[in-house]
Design a protein around this ligand. Structure first.
Ligand SMILES: [Mg+2]
Length: 350
């Protein structure tokens, strides 16, 4: 099981405006796409929580928003400025060296492969504090065993919240919620499901999956699984796809090729499993060696053809490490990676 930490910035565009115009913090504020002079023809993109108290919501026509809140301050969205802040946030998240999928300008999912819920909670708090201190904005964090449920945890605890949904709590969390709370169900799908008598997530969970797939295709099955507490989505990190690697410190520093080969086997197997998971081919294999004096070297081998064999990873890594073995200084840590990765269309034969 892999835990996902979902990070969602609170009322992002409006929060960015508050950051540079502190005086807007205490008054109702909305950001929309239309120019100030044409604001009544536009739609609200985001608004702060003061405006939300009046009933103003994202996606609402500006004219409706003004009806609810005549003193609303309107700003035309400044995408360049928001994306600069977004980049800073993503950079901060990247500094944790974990697999991250950016979902939108202000949302990201982080996979925390070896942490339990308590440790994930601590990391989530740390991320919240860091974003608050270094960027000056609040975010909400959801933690669960899949990205969709982690996102739902953020939706349920906004703003400035942190919520964990564990496996044993997912059914209780889901069952009475309206289907529109499931990410992936937009107004059209919601309407069509209502016509079938599916109103709550529990109704969806109990609906015949074959009928769902007839009406909604594969998406119907995915939604049915989610409604039943199954979240199989994997995080795909675009930055990470350039290479897949593992590295580890040896129990005892050594110059013994047999010991080094054992570790290479372990690392190669781990890398290979990820290759299988992602349906990847690759054209390069590399190793990294760190000596007990903390110097390190890397060696790479490029291939002309796509490779996907475990034996090739192992034998290449061993061949690359042999010339790096020294008599006077032992090896402390080894890394094995594959690079120049690509995904062949369709299902790869295993
Ligand atoms: Mg957000």
């Amino acid at each position: 099981m892999t835990i996902v930490i979902f990070i969602d910035m609170d009322y992002f565009f409006a929060a960015c405006e508050e950051l540079r115009h502190q005086e807007l913090k205490s008054i109702p504020l909305a950001v929309g796409t239309a120019k100030e002079s044409e604001k009544y023809r536009g739609v609200i993109q985001t608004c702060n929580y003061v405006a939300r108290k009046f009933g103003v919501r994202s996606g609402m026509p500006t004219t409706n928003a003004y009806r609810l809140c005549p003193n609303l301050t309107y700003l035309e969205s400044d995408d360049k400025y928001y994306s600069d802040i977004s980049n800073k946030i993503m950079q901060l998240l990247r500094s944790y060296n974990r697999k991250i999928e950016q979902m939108s300008v202000d949302e990201a999912a982080m996979e925390v492969i070896e942490l339990n819920y308590d440790e994930s909670y601590l990391l989530g708090m740390e991320i919240k504090n860091k974003i608050k201190n270094e960027i000056g904005l609040t975010c909400t964090i959801g933690i669960s065993f899949g990205p969709t449920f982690a996102k739902m945890a953020t939706d349920a605890s906004k703003p400035d919240g942190l919520m964990i949904i564990k496996e044993e709590d997912i059914h209780n969390f889901l069952k009475d919620k309206k289907i529109s709370k499931l990410p992936g169900i937009g107004p059209k799908t919601e309407q069509r499901m209502m016509e079938l008598g599916i109103k709550t997530i529990d109704n969806l969970a109990k609906y015949n999956p074959i009928l769902l797939s007839e009406k909604f295709g594969y998406v119907g099955l995915e939604l049915h699984a989610l409604a039943n507490g199954i979240d199989n989505k994997k995080i795909s990190d675009k930055n990470d796809r350039l290479s897949i690697g593992r590295e580890r410190t040896l129990n005892v520093d050594t110059s013994d090729i047999n010991e080094l080969s054992k570790m290479i086997d372990i690392l190669s197997n781990e890398v290979y499993n990820e290759i299988l998971d992602g349906n990847y081919w690759f054209k390069g294999i590399g190793i990294k060696v760190k000596y007990s004096d903390f110097n390190f070297v890397t060696r790479n081998k490029h291939f002309n053809n796509n490779i996907d064999s475990l034996n090739t990873i192992k034998s290449t890594a061993v061949a690359l490490i042999k010339p790096l073995i020294k008599n006077d200084v032992k090896i402390r840590k080894i890394g094995v990676r594959v690079f120049a990765i690509n995904k062949i269309g369709g299902q790869k034969k295993l």
